[in-house]
Design a protein around this ligand. Structure first.
Ligand code: 13P
Length: 341
């Protein structure tokens, strides 16, 4: 393990005014996204779509790293450059999702446990050789009647910590992503309680497993009202609850915290990030690592057609830029484009 390199990479992922693009949708997830534009999930369509995003001129001003899926790491731009190299040439750090998905957890009805530790050491070596310099592992915590259980929270935290230790051994910066889902009808208070317990346990396990905190990034949910809750918290309530929760649970030794968007609209995700950073200074860099909230405006106009590429790229560029401003706390809702929002 090269501690210096890990710390340097971790810092480089969270510079001022930049964040991450999560473009690591698994086969089932990308199929779901393509369905919304009536596009078949073929290997070439997936390649072309990722090329659209990576080949958006100027996005590197706001994107520090891109999380890739295994297939994408092995694909190339139509000019022949492998995607990891293409991103590296833009000064963007290529990363890789390495878990193999959240599966039903035996003995814990309604809860999930993330798979992927078997054979991980060898896969990490290969990913490093192919140019990846950081990795991501997502675990999922579901809120519902009687859940999450301690068993689920602990089991997932253990997996995150084992994964993080293996990543650092392979000189890949681990992003640990314990995601508390926002799909239920719970209040923001319940989300805060569950997120606090989830993050506390994640960092307890990370410490138990000897992971270097300065060479690790946290990716988590914001503290929000469940989507089906009749009482939706305001932007400032979300920002205050999120910051309080992070301050209670996240060691200040880690260089950065990045958020998933989790089903928030693109504009809401940007507004929340901006409000959170406006409450700073914080002991860590806080930025975005959005999938849907960065991609939706591009995907929805692209529709798989070459003629729509320019508008799609423009939409992606605008979202990346506005989130870059939100990282600085200088975004304003009136900066939203009128026609392309
Ligand atoms: P969303 O921003 O679409 O939630 O995706 C981020 C991510 O990487 C989930 O693992």
């Amino acid at each position: 393990m090269d501690a210096e390199q890990l710390m340097k990479t971790a810092k480089a992922l969270v510079p001022e005014g930049k964040g991450l693009l999560a473009a690591d949708e698994s086969f089932p997830s990308i199929e779901k996204r393509f369905k919304t534009i009536n596009l078949d999930s073929t290997e070439e369509n997936r390649r072309a779509y990722r090329e659209l995003l990576f080949d958006t001129k100027g996005m590197e001003e706001f994107i520090s790293g891109v999380i890739l899926f295994d297939e994408t790491l092995r694909q190339s731009h139509q000019n022949g450059t492998p995607f990891p190299k293409f991103l590296e040439n833009l000064g963007i750090i290529p990363g890789i999702k390495v878990d193999t998905g959240a599966k039903d957890m035996a003995g814990f009805p309604g809860e999930k446990i993330t798979n992927g530790l078997d054979g991980l050491r060898d896969r990490l070596k290969e990913y490093y050789d192919k140019g990846a310099r950081f990795a991501k592992w997502r675990s999922v915590i579901t809120i519902g009647p009687g859940i999450p259980t301690r068993g689920c929270i602990q089991g997932n935290a253990f997996g995150l910590a084992r994964y993080a230790a293996l990543c650092q051994e392979a000189n890949l910066v681990p992003i640990i992503e314990p995601e508390v889902l926002m799909d239920a009808d719970n209040t923001i208070g319940r989300c805060e309680e569950v997120t606090e317990e989830t993050l506390s346990e994640a960092f307890y396990q990370v410490r138990q497993h000897g992971v270097l905190l300065e060479g690790l990034i946290l990716k988590c949910n914001m503290v929000v009202s469940g989507k089906k809750c009749s009482d939706q918290a305001s932007v400032s309530e979300v920002a205050e609850a999120t910051v309080r929760c992070l301050r209670r649970t996240v060691p200040t030794a880690i260089p950065g915290i990045v958020f998933l968007s989790g089903g928030q609209s693109p504009q809401a995700a940007t507004e929340h990030l901006n409000a959170i950073n406006s409450l700073g200074p914080h002991p860590w860099a806080i930025t975005f690592s959005y999938g849907r909230a960065l991609q939706e405006p591009a995907l929805s106009v692209w529709k798989g057609q070459t003629g729509n590429l320019d508008t799609a790229k423009q939409n992606f560029f605008v979202r990346a830029k506005l989130n870059g401003l939100a990282q600085l706390g200088t975004y304003k809702p009136d900066m939203e484009p009128k026609a392309t929002a």
